[in-house]
Every structure is written in C-alpha cells, then in structure tokens.
Design a protein around this ligand. Sequence first.
Ligand SMILES: [Zn+2]
Length: 278
Amino acid sequence: MLKNLLCYLSFILITIPVPAQNDVQRNISQINGNLYRFQNNFHYSVFLVTEEGVIATDPINAEAAQWLNNEIKTRFGQPVKYLIYSHHHADHVSGGEVFADDGATVIAHINAAQALIDDNVATALPAITFQQSMTLELGGQRVELTYLGKNHSDNSVVAYFPAEKTLFAVDFVSTRRLPYKTISRSYFPEYFQAFDKLEQMEFEILAPGHGDLGSKRDALEHGEYLKELYQSVKAAVESGNSLEEIKQSLTLEKYSGWSQFDAWRKENIEGIYGYLTN
Ligand SMILES: [Zn+2]
C-alpha cells in the first residue's frame, strides 16, 4: 500500500506542471527513458539524466534556466554537466551562464560562437564547438549532435538521443505547425537539405523547440510544406503574379489543420516572396 502510494507520488512529481511566478508556464515531462522535456511558456528544450550528471539543451532565458537548474538538482540529484545550444537565437539560448557558472560545459556549432557575439546574446559562450558532428557520452549514455547545413540559421544543430530514439530539433522544424511568421533570417533553398538528412536518421520522436512532440513523419511533412510553399511562390512570381495575388491564390489547404495556419499562412508567403524577389 505504502509502496503504491510512493509510486503514485513520484509519478505526480514527474508529470504535474509546477506553477511558476508571474504566470509563467513551466513544466517538466518525461518523453521516455531518461529523457525529459522542459517547457517555458511557448519554448521547449530537453535534458538527459545519467548517473554521472545531466546533459541539458537550450536554457531559454536566465529565469527559466535558474528554475530548471534547481528542479533538476531537486528531482534527480544530479548537476548539469553539459549544455547544448540548438542555435544562437536569443529566445532559445539566453541564460546559459546559469549552468556554465555552476560547472556545465557549453557546446554549440562553430558558427554559433561568433553569431552569439554578433547578436549580443546574453548567455555563456560555448567552450566546445564542432563543425559537422559530435558524439557526447556521459554516464554510459550517448547524445549525437549533427549539423544539417544552413536552414533557420547557419548554426542549427540537432541532438539525437539513440536510447530514446528522440530528436531534439529547434525552429527549422515542428509538428503540424506552420513556420514562424515570415520565416526570417533563413537560408533558401539550402534549407531543404535538412529534410533529406533527417530522412536518413533513425529517430521516432520529434521534440521541437515549439509546439507538440511529433514523429519522424511529422518532421518530413514540415519539409514537404516548406517545399510546396517555396515552389508555389516561385512559380507564381515567375508567372508575374503580385504578392497580393499569391496570398489570395495560394491557399495551401492541405495544411489547413495545422496550428497557426490562419495566423501565419500569409506571412509565410510574404517571407518566401521576399527571399525570391530581394
Ligand atoms: Zn530561432
């Protein structure tokens, strides 16, 4: 009886959202195995718990990082040993100093190091950088980091957790959700290479930086959406259509069930139009 109750209590500790100050929505949920997902409002990262410490990813911001650092210590009794940045954008990787000052080693793509400085992002700079790929081992567990080329940034990396068959991938892909507004600061058509590479990878669960968890199929469908959007806008521009005409005619109805479809479809078109005409 008591054992059952303790199991129940530990289940609650892992899964029930913990209210944070100022109505910030913060939550830790188990993805599977030793891998957990951290939510801070509309941003998400993941962390892997091992017997020799924790491998964390995007700190999101200093307050979120402070909260997460304390929660990890309290719940799992382990310090964060490594902190991986998905890419250099401030809304995902601010606050890295919270972990770095507490002993974590920061890892990022080589291009992120300079981009963080150029963008004046308030975070710790990476101590370890890599160009194409890197395997990280801790406590008998493994994380594989891979650069898929230029897409949403020139330094976006994915983190694959083989034991959990889960891929952490931020901003350049999401689950049945449109790309953010005008898809700014991205690289087209280089972007599409990422999906060819994702197809080769063995993950089953997609853990994006925004929105719901998904599958590998969802990740590839995001690529199909982007290709259709890009090719349709390109064809319409080549036929002499104006931006307003394209916004009217390109309904992308196949994707009307996706989140943010009504909010961002026209901005997505506007963004691609900008890449093709500027
Ligand atoms: Zn971003």
